[in-house]
Design a protein around this ligand. Structure first.
Ligand SMILES: Nc1ncnc2c1ncn2[C@@H]1O[C@H](COP(=O)(O)OP(=O)(O)OP(=O)(O)O)[C@@H](O)[C@H]1O
Ligand SMILES: [Mg+2]
Length: 208
């Protein structure tokens, strides 16, 4: 069930004593959300964890929000109906935004198959003047199905999982992704390097 975000009333925003600019200077870099989207088994989690490791080893504070992991806690009360999938993405977007606001590189890895949901995440960040980098982790369905590290495609083909993205539920490919990774042609290291170079070029990895 999608939560009505407008139920809260009589609330007032309380400003902190540290501005965003000062926070970035103190921590040495800006905050940004890197939103990985793609089919199951395209490599989102694999690339996200290698990217997180690379950033941390470069002394950039980074933290992953990963599909299944988030459903163990924050989103354990959500299933896979369209409304629950949307609420899942809405909560992740809000949490990623908080991390980015904290000057952390937030790396999300969710299939996030619907363009509308990803655009909501993008808008949340734009409204908060925080950078949002959509990364399309692109592999042909045949490659994803051949990899199938969790055996999910096999189950979906056997009819044991319903509404599985790419099989009997749609995947709407991004039309405005900042980075397009052909993850069947690039190694994990090359994908990480491509994202890292983009962040450097944009100036996100240094304070203002
Ligand atoms: N070049 C590559 N880039 C990324 N992953 C690769 C590559 N080559 C092989 N793989 C393998 O593909 C699989 C990708 O699985 P991973 O769990 O990262 O996908 P995912 O997109 O997070 O899927 P899900 O949406 O189900 O969580 C892993 O077993 C990984 O080792
Ligand atoms: Mg994953």
């Amino acid at each position: 069930m999608t939560q009505d975000a407008t139920k809260a009333t009589n609330i007032t925003w309380h400003e902190g004593a540290v501005s965003r600019g000062e926070r970035e200077t103190l921590l040495g870099h800006k905050g940004v959300t890197i939103w990985l989207t793609g089919l199951s088994a395209s490599g989102k989690s694999t690339i996200a964890s290698a990217l997180e490791q690379h950033l941390l080893h470069t002394k950039i504070t980074a933290y992953r929000l990963d599909g299944d992991n988030v459903r163990f806690g924050l989103n354990k009360n959500l299933g896979f109906s369209p409304a629950d999938r949307s609420e899942n993405i809405r909560r992740i977007s809000e949490v990623a935004k908080l991390f980015a606001d904290a000057a952390v590189v937030a790396i999300t890895s969710f299939i996030s198959p619907y363009r509308e949901d990803r655009d909501i995440a993008r808008k949340l960040h734009e409204d908060a003047k925080l950078p949002f980098v959509e990364v399309y982790v692109d592999v042909p369905l045949e490659v994803a199905e051949q990899r199938d590290p969790k055996g999910l495609y096999k189950k979906a083909r056997a009819g044991e999982i319903k509404e599985f993205t790419g099989i009997d539920a749609p995947y709407e490919a991004p039309s405005q992704a900042e980075i397009h990774l052909q993850a069947d042609k690039l190694s994990v290291e090359e994908s990480v390097q491509k994202i890292f170079s983009y962040l450097q070029e944009k100036g996100y990895l240094v304070a203002a």
